[in-house]
Design a binder for this molecule. Structure first.
Ligand code: HEM
Length: 500
């Protein structure tokens, strides 16, 4: 493909080099750019980029070039930071220089041209829309008000696994946890749950998978205005357009249902709240249906995927590490005694369980590169010059495995967090699993509540084993790249009801 690319673009390379020569003549002292692998004219480092596992690719570069690596994708400068010190610089000390988002084609289209929270550039609109969502959907009061839904959905999850266990069937945890998280989100966002055998549910899931993939989908036009035609050739542009239309239709139907005055509802869901806010016009911008759809998209995508992925990684590590599994189950069962389940109040008493959760975030952060940022102005990082509009990745996956920070970094050892004050709430840059600063995840409270309640009850209610013939060494840790890092191959386990 590279050869084809060169043949086609060689005249453009020539023009570009001419332009560069002219520019060089007018240039002041050269910039001191961050070190990185040498790229090729016109395409920069694009040919070296490993799109299947970018966090691992960047981590390898970090070992050669240090904690701030510089690359060029097409004509766009890219910087990757991969030490706790540099993460603090980007996410805290210089947050205001680095807190914007780039206008990448996939993200931009699916967020209704940046009308959401996650992909909108930094500015007045971002501040207002993030505040709106924190007040109305993500505050601790709100998260508490969703608790009855969480408990009901956890019971359903446990019932489903009990049924599989009673017939000695293998449990596909990822599938069941996805259905648990999406039922929770569907209920708080649009007031209903889809039963397993209903068409709309699988439609919703397949749309979500496709959105996930296209958010981080590779578009040539993002890196060079001359290469947009390649996106048409590969079918990427039409795939995006098709997905956008399907998603838009899905949101339209939901909003139309909510506008029906005869609709039966117990309590206001997120769409009801947004529609009410729309009529109040209490913002500096007009809240349109497109704004509502963009906000819904963030809640669906971020809300279902992240906690599912984390719960699967946690169970995988525990099954691979039977001593930790035994220890955490003993702790949970001691606290719950004979209550039959773990409630949210019990979670605060589970010191080792909390350490298991942190250790899982360290080794398998849901967003290994956080969400891509863009520098707003010219600045310096570790003595290197950073141009405005540089794409910035913070590699929390590499930081979580940095031997300078962690003893035996590749080992799953929850004990390391016992008696340690290191936390993932945005103050400790060794463990910035939810980001930090102005762009910190606003859904941390909801995400943790989903994850911890489900995980603790899975561990309380069942003993977990590998299917016959499998050994712990057979469980692979391969990842499926997307904006959230999922386990690539399903985690299949056998659940034995406790007490039997
Ligand atoms: C275990 C669960 C979760 C994890 C690990 C997680 C992680 C993250 C991370 C790493 C970011 C990017 C931060 C940055 O750019 O510095 C983020 C942003 C975001 N998350 Fe979460 N998240 C989780 C759950 C949720 C949930 C449940 C929701 C909503 C229902 C949510 C909504 C968002 C939004 C809207 C943003 C964009 C914030 C912004 O750009 O200012 N997240 N999340």
């Amino acid at each position: 493909m590279l050869i084809l690319l060169f043949i086609i673009v060689s005249p453009l390379i020539f023009l570009l080099l001419l332009g560069k020569l002219k520019l060089n003549r007018e240039q002041e002292p050269p910039l001191r750019l961050p070190p990185g692998p040498k790229g090729l004219p016109f395409i920069g480092n694009l040919h070296q980029y490993d799109i299947t596992s970018p966090h691992e690719y960047f981590a390898k570069l970090g070992k050669v070039y240090g904690p701030v690596v510089g690359l060029t994708f097409g004509q766009v400068p890219v910087v990757v930071v991969q030490s706790a010190e540099m993460a603090k610089e980007v996410l805290k000390t210089q947050d205001l220089n680095f807190c914007s988002r780039p206008t990448l084609i996939g993200m931009h289209r699916l967020s209704y041209n940046g009308l959401d929270i996650a992909f909108t550039p930094y500015g007045e609109y971002f501040r207002e829309v993030k505040k709106l969502c924190i007040v109305h959907f993500f505050s601790s009061k709100r998260v508490g008000s969703y608790a009855p839904i969480r408990h009901e959905e956890v019971s359903r999850l446990i019932d489903k696994i009990s049924l599989l266990s009673s017939t000695s069937q293998v449990v596909n945890l990822g599938e069941l946890l996805m259905s648990y998280a999406s039922s929770n989100i569907c209920r708080i966002a649009f007031g209903k749950r889809y039963e397993e055998d209903q068409g709309p549910r699988s439609k919703f899931h397949s749309l979500l998978h496709e959105v996930q993939a296209l958010f981080v989908g590779f578009f040539y036009a993002d890196y060079s205005p001359y290469l947009g035609w390649l996106d048409k050739l590969t079918g990427q542009s039409s795939r995006l357009e098709r997905l956008f239309k399907n998603m838009d239709k899905f949101y339209d139907e939901l909003i139309r249902d909510h506008l029906d005055p005869n609709r039966h509802k117990a309590e206001d869901d997120i769409i009801d709240v947004l529609l009410k806010l729309k009529t109040k016009s209490s913002f500096s911008f007009e809240l349109t249906f497109d704004h509502i759809k963009a906000i819904l998209m963030n809640i669906f995508v971020a809300g279902t995927d992240t906690s599912t992925a984390m719960a699967v990684w946690a169970m995988m590590e525990l099954v691979k590490n039977p001593k930790s599994l035994k220890k955490v189950q003993e702790e949970i069962r001691n606290v719950a005694q004979n209550k039959g389940c773990i409630g949210e109040d019990d979670l605060q008493k589970l010191e080792y369980f909390k350490a298991v959760v942190k250790e899982t975030f360290r080794l398998h952060p849901a967003a290994p590169l956080l969400v891509i940022r863009e520098s707003i102005r010219k600045t310096t990082l570790n003595g290197y010059d950073i141009k405005p509009k540089t794409l910035v990745h913070v590699n929390v996956w590499a930081i979580g495995r940095d031997p300078e920070l962690w003893e035996d970094p590749e080992e799953f050892k929850p004990e390391r967090f016992i008696g340690s004050s290191i936390d993932f709430r945005g103050q400790d840059f060794e463990l910035a699993s939810f980001g930090a600063g102005r762009r910190i995840c606003p859904g941390m409270g909801i995400g943790l509540a989903y994850l911890e309640l489900a995980l603790a009850n899975l561990l309380y209610s069942f003993n977990w084993e590998l299917p016959a013939g499998l050994r712990t060494e057979d469980i692979d840790t391969k990842v499926l790249h997307g904006i959230t890092m999922h386990k690539k191959n399903p985690l299949l386990l056998v659940a034995k009801k406790f007490p039997s």
